[in-house]
Design a protein around this ligand. Structure first.
Ligand SMILES: Nc1ncnc2c1ncn2[C@@H]1O[C@H](COP(=O)(O)OP(=O)(O)OP(=O)(O)O)[C@@H](O)[C@H]1O
Length: 244
């Protein structure tokens, strides 16, 4: 994947087994977010393939990705500040809606029924993630840690089988990181998720993931179980050495 003269990703290849959690680490600018953008079709790589459950994702239009069971969160939160927490979560759920634009514009009864169903499902998720008390609060003005959970709820509303988390604990306090880790573990189990997590917080990644892939300057420099990656000299030099 190139941006002008910059090669953001170069021959990166790895497999994510269903039901596992894979951590994607690497120094700033290593290409982690670009890789997520390729998986969700925000970027189209110049070469290579991206397959999900046997299907070539690069052959899909970007809006079709959520419908295939892939959801993501964003490094800088992708919420709508003026919408309430519930409405933000319903934005995620709408990707599963079955009614078309015409039916929606005409407010046909089945549209109202579907809207109610999506609202009930959003409320279930809000309860599950401890957000019921702020359901009617606009996203703007809520504490950052709460917004991270709202974003997770919105991604889960897509009912994904693959969930991509982009720096989910960036900006959280120590205690909040531990709480978020517990929450991710719980929803992973409850929703039978496969996870790919980009994160600089090493304890979070190493505690959550079955496998870790390390990128540096757009190339994969290591891949393996967390305990091996932590000892890998190339990783230590490129990343852990800098972070320590
Ligand atoms: N839209 C873009 N236009 C130009 N260059 C870009 C664009 N997106 C990313 N890049 C460049 O591609 C490289 C990889 O960036 P990317 O954001 O994927 O790294 P990252 O590993 O996610 O970094 P960080 O940990 O800081 O989020 C960087 O050199 C970046 O400047």
């Amino acid at each position: 994947m190139r941006f002008g003269g910059i090669t953001a990703l170069d021959g990166v290849a790895f497999t994510v087994q269903p039901g596992t959690a894979v951590g994607l680490i690497g120094p700033n600018g290593a290409g982690k977010t670009t890789l997520f953008n390729c998986l969700t079709r925000r970027c189209t790589p110049d070469a290579g393939t991206v397959r999900f459950e046997g299907e070539d994702l690069l052959a899909l239009p970007p809006h079709a990705v959520a419908g295939r069971g892939i959801a993501r969160t964003f490094q800088n939160l992708g919420l709508f500040p003026r919408l309430t927490v519930r409405e933000n979560v319903m934005v995620g759920a709408h990707s599963r809606g079955r009614t078309g634009h015409l039916a929606a514009a005409l407010r046909l009864p089945r549209v109202r029924r579907e809207e109610r169903e999506l609202c009930d499902q959003a409320d279930d998720l809000l309860r599950r993630l401890g957000l019921a008390d702020v359901a009617d609060h606009p996203a703007a003005g809520l504490p950052f840690g709460t917004l991270k959970r709202v974003e997770l709820a919105r991604a889960l509303a897509v009912r994904p089988r693959l969930l991509l988390l982009d720096e989910p604990v960036n900006g959280l306090s120590h205690g909040e990181v531990d709480e978020f880790a517990d929450l991710v573990r719980a929803v992973r189990q409850d929703f039978d998720l496969t996870l790919v997590v980009v994160e600089h917080h090493m304890a979070f990644v190493m505690g959550l993931c079955d496998k870790v892939v390390c990128l540096d300057f757009g190339r994969k420099i290591a891949e393996g179980p967390p305990e091996e990656i932590q000892r890998d000299p190339a990783v230590v030099e490129a990343y852990l050495g800098v972070a320590a």
